[in-house]
Design a protein around this ligand. Sequence first.
Ligand code: SF4
Length: 443
Amino acid sequence: MSAINSSSDPKVGIVSLGCPKALVDSERIITQLRTEGYQVVPEYADANVVIVNTCGFIDSAVEESLDAIGEAMAENGKVVVTGCLGKRADVISERFPDVLSISGPQDYESVMTAVHAQVPPKHDPFIDLVPPQGIKLTPRHYAYLKISEGCNHRCSFCIIPSMRGNLRSRPVNDVLAEAERLVRSGVQELLVISQDTSAYGVDTRYAQYPWKGRQVATRMIDLVRELGELDAWVRLHYVYPYPHVDQIIPMMAEGKVLPYLDIPFQHASPKVLKAMKRPAHAEKVIDRIKNWRKQCPDLTIRSTFIVGFPGETEDDFQMLLDFLTETELDRVGCFTYSPVEGATANQLANPVPEDVAQNRFDRFMTLQAEISARRLSAKVGRVEEVLIDEIDEDGALGRSRGDAPEIDGVVRVNDGHDLKPGQRVQVLIEASDNYDLAGRLSA
Ligand code: SF4
């Protein structure tokens, strides 16, 4: 029996909130805990101490984080708080003066120090039983690959740079070694994340590192080219439409990386984008998208938008609807603007009344549902590669190359009862609705 699972091991509970980047932080913390012989347990009552990894991006996330801390305090009472909201320690300590420690994102050391103080690690001769790829919170067949931390932009609605600091890119050989380890351990899909993937390496002046006998630059295009050599799906998130993104499209057309771009456009009106201080807002996006699709017709574009930003007029909003109609983005998320404490956008004039913002949100989503349904219906009759996520009584559920886990749609494989999670199969698409596809295994 592995000493790692002995009942006398010190036990830690972890609650992980927020975005994929926070999830990666939680994975690192769990890996460290397991390395030191701690057991990670799902029940508050079994834990000697509970770590709450918080999110502080928007006010609803702050509330969710505070609720999670409150629940952990009530159920366990020994609570270590970390993550984005940790940067606003006063908010936490005002409400919960008895938490054991508060630290910001990536401050693994503070978290471990607080855990050690509460429950010391058990000396364990089997510590290297931790698998070399670390412990992952995502299912075994996909994994997030965090390539950098922080952001050099100062979007007026966002407080991430004040919480996470300026861009710091990981050396490219370090990222590639992690990617290779993950793929070797069975990962079928790598999801590349950061705050600004297209800016990867800018802070290091694209420093070169040795990788497999040659020099590779810490730069998005070089990273993507190398990741494309691994036998896994590679999906790019948080890409801004800088001109050099054009160079990635041929690699997508060749099938080296998934034909999928997650670009958070946030708006289409130049006036609103300027007020948001968005990166790359002056690029000729509509023409670029058309050109990308010409080169790579299978390209799926996902994006997020904010409606009701201060100063947004009906004309600005109409411009956004026209942009959607013209670009026919495949996957789109939308939020109504909500002020975030500490964001400079709070000082902007002409806030949009809540009912107007809600009305715009509804109109936006109605139009997008039609677009999404139309684009998905064009896939009926085609054979798509599908990565299986789970099996249930109705068959199997998986995702096509155009679906990122948790945020996009799914593909139901009606005759997929005998499949296994992590398998990649060919599926004949027979039906579609607004967001999802269904079909059967292709002979
Ligand atoms: S690009 Fe803008 S929204 Fe994204 S993390 Fe940086 S400042 Fe925030």
